[in-house]
Ligand binder design. Sequence first.
Ligand code: BEZ
Length: 391
Amino acid sequence: MLSISFRHMPARITTALALTLLASGAIAQSSDPIKVGLMLPTSGTFAELGKTVVNGFKLYVSENGGKLAGRTVQYVELDDESDPSKANENANKLVKRDRVDVLVGTIHSGVAMTMARVARDTNTLMIVPNAGAAEITGAMCAPNVFRTSFSNWQPGYASGLLAARKHKTAVTISWKYAAGDESVRGFREGFEKGGGKVIKDLNLPFPNVEFQPLLTELATIKPEAAYVFVAGAGQVKFVRDYAAAGLKNNIPLYGAFITEGTLAAQGESASGLQTALHYADGLKNPKNDAFIASYKNTFNATPDVFAVQGYDAAQLFAAGLNAVKGDTKKKAEMIKAMEIAKLESPRGPLSFSKSHNPIQDMYARVATGNQNVMTDVIVKALADPSPDCKI
Ligand code: BEZ
């Protein structure tokens, strides 16, 4: 360890020397806090999802005494409103004004794509704790951008395989934006692989919740099954409207997120719905048992997949920081450590593909009381093919 006495030097020289040493990395930064930029929604349709991601991230940090790699963590938080038109300005505020060490966000694919562009252009480390936009770990993939959630294709594809176990025809309903389009594309691929056929795609603009005209059209088409991608506050209304329209017992409804974290609000309308996701309530593994207990103890609430994704974002960041003993200037070494990280996630084993997207098991679940209960594993260690990623 380098040790220098500044006591007998003129101030002008000590300042210059200190700056030089800092720039060369000879002085560890252990006394400075690590700045984490949390760019997530605290308002609008995805507010609850944003809150839960943040809870998960902070839980991991507080379990580690409020520090990562020995450095205190300081949060800079910003409501992105799930509004893509404000994403560039918001991300730049965190990167250029607040000079965060890592950009964490967000829920909405459109917002996250702009954030990833800013992160790539400024070489800022970024971890995506939800948004599944294909581009982020596809054509736009970058060494400094990681995702701890899913690509929209993954749960869509697993849902398609699940629905194809029982049905031959399906209609899809989705919000018309990147996540909806990609989720439906994944569903179609899985459903057709299982021998089914998607006969019509219906959609409406994000975050519109006037579902009635689409439900009327669906009832006229009479497919064997339906697949929906809406999320957050929208999914509560959709599932209730679906049951109220008398469709629940006639056209079985499938989805990925439609019952996640909202069963209490959906009540009987969600009972028995089948979904495919990379987490399930009460999943049996020691990490999940400890995670659920710790989350309940801290927030007096039950965690869901969004909390898991936030928790794992912090775990992944810690893996990078630990490898460089907290010295964030050693970015290449941090990235290397994050790339090869094998995390013990509450969802099960979690590692990363070469495009920095999760490789994870996809579970079939059925809504039973207040739980999305796992019935079986649909696909083990599912990786997004990411053919357009050239890292
Ligand atoms: C997305 O925009 O990627 C997204 C939003 C909510 C849930 C899942 C995906």
